[in-house]
Design a binder for this molecule. Structure first.
Ligand code: MG
Ligand code: ZN
Length: 211
């Protein structure tokens, strides 16, 4: 049963991927625990890329439209998905949401997944790449505890680095662990508050090739 579900999801994700490629839009699946700062990362990213890159957003949450309202304030097309209790997005939800976006007019679509480091790793949405966000307030042991999502990701954004002096987050140790888990990862250390570290992240987001 679970295997059938994952197979059906994979087939639909592949259809999504072909649609996104045909429309020339790069779709990024943004994954993290709750409270890591995904929406803040999106807000700063959208503000700094305004006029350089045509962006759209799909907001996934268990309930509420608060994050979509925050993003809509930035003047980019945004679609909210409420999963009604489900702790991850799946390819069917993204297929429906994408129909509400002007895909052909966009360069990049950022999908904010539901806050969860476990099952989003198992559900392909048809994205070009997965990006995992890890905040310094949640502890540097997350990659070792949840390796699967870090193995599948193309990039990791370490967020809230302005708070580093107030935490015991081991940045050097975390970078070393990430390298062991996935040597191909691009790692960015950022603060949405101060905009520290955003230049390399924005350059990667705009220039990385869709596989
Ligand atoms: Mg959010
Ligand atoms: Zn789930």
């Amino acid at each position: 049963m679970a295997q059938d579900l994952l197979k059906a999801n994979k087939d639909l994700a592949q259809q999504n991927r072909e649609l996104f490629q045909a429309q020339g839009v790069k779709v990024v699946n943004l994954i993290s625990s709750p409270g890591s700062g995904k929406t803040s990362l999106l807000e700063t990213t959208l503000a700094l890329l305004w006029g350089h890159c045509r962006m759209g957003v799909i907001e996934g949450d268990i309930s509420t439209t608060r994050d979509a309202e925050r993003i809509a304030g930035q003047g980019v097309p945004v679609v909210q998905i409420n999963t009604g209790g489900l702790c991850h997005l799946d390819a069917r939800m993204v297929e429906r949401a994408a129909q509400e976006l002007p895909l052909g007019d966009l360069d990049v679509v950022l999908i904010e997944n539901v806050g969860n480091l476990v099952c989003p790793a198992s559900f392909d949405l048809g994205e070009a790449c997965k990006v995992v966000l890890l905040s310094v307030t949640e502890g540097s042991d997350k990659p070792a505890k949840y390796p699967k999502v870090f193995q599948q990701a193309q990039a990791v954004v370490i967020s809230k680095v302005d708070l580093l002096p107030y935490t015991d987050f081991d940045l050097a140790g975390c970078l070393e662990e990430l390298k062991q888990i996935n040597p191909r990862l691009h790692v960015f250390t950022t603060s949405a508050k101060t905009q520290a570290g955003f230049s390399p992240w924005l350059a990667w987001l705009q220039n990385t090739e869709v596989p």
